[in-house]
Design a protein around this ligand. Structure first.
Ligand SMILES: [Cu+2]
Length: 469
């Protein structure tokens, strides 16, 4: 058991701000039942440095939603809540966000970042003080915009205890890969000679390797860090894949539901549908875009959740994105896929590009049943882990590889599925999954909040009958 908890946040220099800004926006959406972000909403945002990443890093929104939908893992969450210092800054983040979007809108790629940050600081800029003999829990979140990272602590092994809400087999690791948008917890025992040690993050799968350090300071230490920080894996993909496979669900830990000791066995449920999603980078109208199954998401003038709720036609069409890749030219559309409430679905992320992808699904935790190189085929199922894989909300897909998940669609709503690479997501590598129940019951979904922002073609509508307002 950890006696104390500390949190680490890793961001691209400055750019984590913009990313996290978007996440606060999504958190706000969560409060209003999955509403899409609108420009008007962004202006209202206030920003704290650590607080920004927090919402997304802890998957706050997800848990909230799950909690209300009798879904997965809700109870464990608050236990993890630990807020480090909050340094308020102004709306620098929103300015940065505007700059980045202007840049991307003009058809440019984001430049290579200047560096990595740990809790907003560069080299040796942050110190974690620990007491000899005690055990600490660190929760590490990759809140960066563009790349996977590797994390390690000089002279210490890390006992992995949690991945995005799943208790894990408590393996010891000397370093851990954390892909975009992912979070995990490790226990570290201060059982080494009292000194200062490097905490190191470095970029993964990049041609230039960026590294940043923080300090692990024993409170009885009089020896500062010196020399180069320990190295880690840089471009090796097999290493990362093998490590990912070693991360398993802890079937004997008490804790989050679905209760591993109980009657819920994800591997024994018959899937009713297979969806294959392929990422691509097409040029559309002369500009670099990104797409899912050939469709590059086009932001509508009206939030999808509102358009759906008020039955406003002409905003989106169900079926505007196919269930499997099409190899034609990419095109723009407000892509929404239809799905049935309580269906149990297999989703295969197929990556034919040569970059690591990171996918996130709002509103859900899913079981990562398999990943491997090459093209997925039905025969790939024979290698699935149907016993003890982790349930998480964000999964990586290695270059020219596939990742398969099982997902129980137990949460009614209009849910975003997206790349966690910020530029890709912004330029179209996302779509919405409309998990629909004809029952239209409060049992399945809360009513629209009274104060939901009604913008776009929903302005002038009412969330309640006029008389009751
Ligand atoms: Cu989410």
């Amino acid at each position: 058991m950890a006696e104390e908890r500390q949190e680490l946040w890793v961001a691209w220099n400055g750019r984590g701000e913009a990313r996290a800004l978007g996440y606060l926006e999504w958190q706000r959406r969560g409060k209003s039942s999955g509403l899409l972000g609108m420009a008007e909403e962004r202006q209202e945002l206030w920003v704290t440095w650590n607080g920004r990443g927090e919402a997304r890093a802890l998957g706050y929104l997800e848990w909230q939603r799950r909690g209300k939908s009798s879904g997965l893992l809700g109870m464990a969450f608050f236990f993890f809540f630990f807020f480090p210092s909050f340094n308020s800054i102004t709306n620098k983040g929103s300015l940065l966000f505007q700059q980045l979007t202007l840049f991307l809108d003009a058809g440019h790629n984001l430049p290579f970042p200047d560096g990595l940050l740990i809790n907003g600081r560069g080299w040796n800029g942050y110190t974690f003080t620990i007491d000899q003999g005690k055990t600490y829990r660190f929760r590490i979140s990759n809140v960066g915009l563009a790349t996977s990272i590797n994390f390690r602590i000089q002279g210490h092994t890390m006992k992995l205890v949690e991945v995005e809400g799943s208790h894990t087999l408590q393996n010891a690791y000397s370093s851990l890969d954390i892909h975009l948008g992912q979070s995990l917890s490790v226990l570290i025992t201060a059982d080494q000679p009292p000194k200062d040690y490097y905490i190191v993050v470095s970029s993964r799968f990049t041609s230039r390797i960026l590294t940043t350090t923080a300090i692990l300071h024993y409170s009885n230490s009089f020896t500062r860090v010196f020399g180069p920080p320990p190295g880690g894996p840089t471009t090796q993909i097999d290493w990362s894949l093998n490590q990912a496979r070693s991360i398993r669900w802890n079937l004997t830990a008490s804790g989050p539901r679905p209760n591993p000791q109980g009657s819920y066995h994800y591997g024994m449920i018959q899937t009713s549908r297979t969806i294959m999603l392929a990422n691509s980078a097409p040029f559309i109208n002369g500009k670099q875009r990104y797409a899912v199954n050939g469709v590059s998401f086009f932001r509508p003038d009206t939030p999808l959740k509102l358009a759906d709720y008020f039955n406003i036609g002409g905003v989106f069409n169900l079926g505007s994105i196919p269930d499997s890749p099409n190899w034609g030219n990419g095109y723009l559309a407000t892509s929404v896929m239809a799905a049935n409430f309580r269906a149990f679905v297999e989703i295969v992320f197929q990556n034919w590009e040569d970059t690591v992808q990171s996918w996130h699904i709002d509103g859900y935790s899913f079981f990562v049943v398999g990943m491997d190189g090459g093209q997925w085929t039905p025969a790939s199922r024979s290698r699935y882990n149907l016993r003890d894989t982790v349930a998480r909300c964000t999964t990586q897909v290695y270059p020219k590889s596939w990742t398969a998940i099982y997902i129980a669609l137990d949460n009614v709503g209009m849910w975003n599925i997206r790349s966690e690479n910020w530029a890709r997501q912004y330029l179209g590598q996302q779509f919405y999954l409309r998990v629909y129940s004809p029952a239209n019951s409060w049992r399945d979904e809360y009513p629209i909040p009274k104060n939901a922002l009604l913008c776009g073609r929903a302005s002038g509508r009412h969330t309640r009958p006029l008389l009751s307002q």
